[in-house]
Design a protein around this ligand. Structure first.
Ligand SMILES: NC(=O)c1ccc[n+]([C@@H]2O[C@H](COP(=O)([O-])OP(=O)(O)OC[C@H]3O[C@@H](n4cnc5c(N)ncnc54)[C@H](OP(=O)(O)O)[C@@H]3O)[C@@H](O)[C@H]2O)c1
Length: 222
C-alpha cells in the first residue's frame, strides 16, 4: 500500500510515518503545503530509520501530489483546516482512495480540554461532507499520543478506534493500524458514532494534564 500523510511534517504525521516505515513494508509519503518542507522532513525520517539499521525510502511532496500517489490518505492537519485540505486534494482522490481523519476539534480553557466538534457532528463527518461522494472516509488514530508514536524506543500496548460508514474501508484501516507493533484497533461502527470516538481525545489529555507521570497516557478497552 502507499500511505500519504498530508501534514506529515507535524506531530501525529511524524509518529505514524515512522511507525509504518519501521514496522511495515508499506510505502510512506509525506505531504505538506510546501514540498521543500516535506522533502526535508522525509529525509529526517529516513535518517532516524537509518540510525536503527533500516534502509527505507520516505518521499516528500506537496499535499496534492502525495494524495495523488496514494491508496490511503491520512489528513494529519489541525482540525479546523481539514475541510480545506480535503478540498485541495479532491481532484486526485477517487473511489480507490480512503481518506483517514485522526483530527479532533477541541478548545482549551482554564479547566482543561473540551470536545468542540463542527456543526455536522464530528470531523469524520465533516470530511465525508467535503470529500467527493465516491471517496471512502474513516476516522482513526485520534487517541494516540504523537510523542509516543514518534519515539521508536517506546514500546506500547494500546487501543485505538476506527469509525466510518464503509465497513471494508474500516477493516482495511484497522489492519494497517494493527501492523504497528503494540497497537490494537477496534471497530466503533459507522460515522454517526464518530463524535463519541473523537471525544475520547480531550478526556485522555485531561487525564494526562492532571496526573503526574501520565504525559503520554493511552487507552486499553478490556
Ligand atoms: N498531536 C497528537 O498527539 C495527535 C494525536 C492524535 C490525533 N491528532 C490530530 O491530528 C491532527 C494533526 O495534529 P498535529 O498535532 O500533528 O498537528 P500539527 O503538528 O500542529 O500540524 C500538522 C501539520 O498540519 C499542517 N498545517 C498547519 N496549518 C495548516 C493549515 N492552515 N492548512 C493546512 N495544513 C496545515 C502543517 O504542515 P505543513 O506546514 O507542512 O503543510 C503541520 O505540520 C489534528 O487534527 C489533531 O487533532 C493529534
Amino acid at each position: 500500500m502507499r500511505i500519504a500523510l498530508l501534514g506529515g511534517t507535524g506531530d501525529i504525521g511524524e509518529g505514524l510515518a515512522l511507525r509504518w516505515a519501521y514496522d511495515t513494508d508499506h510505502e510512506v509519503l509525506i505531504g505538506s503545503r510546501d514540498p521543500e518542507k516535506a522533502r526535508a522532513k522525509a529525509e529526517e525520517y529516513e535518517t532516524e530509520l537509518d540510525s536503527r539499521g533500516l534502509d527505507r525510502a520516505v518521499k516528500g511532496f506537496d499535499n496534492e501530489m502525495a494524495a495523488d500517489r496514494a491508496d490511503i490518505v491520512v489528513l494529519a492537519v489541525p482540525a479546523y483546516h481539514v475541510g480545506d485540505v480535503v478540498e485541495g486534494v479532491a481532484d486526485v482522490v477517487d473511489e480507490d482512495t480512503i481518506l483517514v481523519s485522526p483530527a479532533v476539534g477541541m478548545s482549551r480553557d482554564d479547566d482543561g480540554m473540551h470536545y468542540n466538534p463542527p456543526g455536522v457532528g464530528s470531523i469524520t463527518e465533516l470530511v465525508q461532507r467535503r470529500a467527493p461522494e465516491d471517496v471512502r472516509v474513516v476516522g482513526a488514530f485520534h487517541n494516540l499520543a504523537a510523542d509516543r508514536l514518534a519515539n521508536l524506543d517506546v514500546e506500547f500496548d494500546l487501543d485505538t478506534l476506527v469509525v466510518g460508514d464503509d465497513e471494508d474501508a474500516r477493516d482495511l484501516v484497522a489492519d494497517l493500524g494493527a501492523e504497528i507493533e503494540g497497537l490494537r484497533v477496534l471497530d466503533a461502527g459507522p460515522a454517526a458514532n464518530a463524535a463519541e470516538v473523537e471525544s475520547v481525545t480531550p478526556l485522555v489529555i485531561n487525564i494526562a494534564m492532571n496526573n503526574d507521570g501520565m504525559h503520554d497516557v493511552g487507552v486499553r478497552y478490556l
